[in-house]
Design a protein around this ligand. Structure first.
Ligand SMILES: [Zn+2]
Length: 302
């Protein structure tokens, strides 16, 4: 936008100022008590088979996974509302049908992961499964339930059909995914584990959770989430015990999606998504980053 304004002839300074003011008031007029969402970037990626019965059907930044079974499919996350058409295109390009998606699960209730839930549910009629503490966020389109406060640009609410707790499972057509409550990033943040058969081997698959602290979130003395440090520390303990050979997460950037996909395309001898070392490092680096933030905030508070 500023490029457009700057390209106007210099003699029309008043017009430029008026345009700037109009534009600034349009983008920067936050509702009171509401935090602005980051800009949404949606770029198609893949789609492709990751391993076994697991397919990548998300956009470049926001992972969406399709677990296929003979009795219908399970979808993990839906990305932004703008990701929903990418998901549909990807599923169909792979030769699957949207209406065969029977169950939708998620990692956590932020707009870049469940913003497309309402749209995908409309396309599929699938049952939405969510954790107890993130369900209100999905059902209100982030108008409530997010400890950071109500969000700007809320998305279409989607009704949650089944509430799950730590250790609960989701099963369809011989595929079972187990939910692990790993809070911190959100109150109801989930990790998922399952196994797949690949080349005669049984492999442990883990969808690790987002473990970063969102910008602007304090971890020391956060009145909106007073136990956030305990939540994170417990979560890191749990994550270290999850069997993880095939390493996935809600964002491709967490596990080097683009580089691994490129290696796969180049004919890598072993499937690059089998990455137990990367999985362990993801958790360890996340923990180190978190503890550094705790230390820095504690020092500043003294
Ligand atoms: Zn998030």
């Amino acid at each position: 936008m500023s490029d457009i304004i700057n390209s106007l002839p210099g003699s029309r300074i008043l017009l430029r100022l008026m345009l700037l003011a109009a534009f600034a008031s349009f983008v920067a007029w936050p509702l009171p008590g509401v935090t602005q969402q980051p800009q949404r970037v949606v770029e198609a990626f893949g789609p492709f088979k990751i391993i076994g019965n697991i397919y990548y059907v998300g956009d470049k930044g926001n992972a969406v996974y399709l677990f296929t079974t003979p009795e219908g499919h399970i979808l993990f996350d839906t990305g932004y509302p703008e990701t929903a058409p990418v998901v549909r295109e990807s599923v169909e390009k792979l030769g699957f049908r949207m209406r065969d998606i029977k169950i939708m699960i998620n990692g956590h209730a932020h707009v870049d992961h469940v913003g497309g839930h309402a749209l995908i549910k409309e396309m599929t009629g699938a049952q939405i499964v969510a954790s107890e503490l993130d369900a209100p966020v999905i059902e209100s389109g982030a108008r409530r339930g997010d400890f950071r406060g109500p969000r700007a640009n809320p998305w279409a609410p989607a009704k949650v059909d089944r509430i799950i707790k730590d250790g609960d499972t989701v099963s369809l057509g011989g595929v079972t995914l187990t939910a692990h409550h790993t809070p911190g990033h959100t109150l109801g943040n989930l990790s998922w584990t399952t196994t797949i058969e690949e080349g005669g081997r049984r492999l442990n698959v883990a969808i690790m959770p987002s473990i970063g602290v969102n910008q602007g979130v304090r971890v020391v003395n956060n009145p909106r989430n007073p136990t956030i440090i305990d939540q994170y520390q417990n979560t890191f303990r749990i994550l270290k015990t999850l069997p993880c050979e095939v390493f996935l997460s809600p964002h491709g950037s967490h596990y080097g999606l683009e580089a691994k996909y490129a290696r796969m395309q180049a004919g890598a001898a072993q499937n690059p998504f089998i990455d137990p070392v990367g999985c362990r490092q993801y958790v360890e680096a996340g923990e180190a980053r978190f503890m550094k933030q705790v230390e820095e905030e504690s020092r500043a508070a003294r």
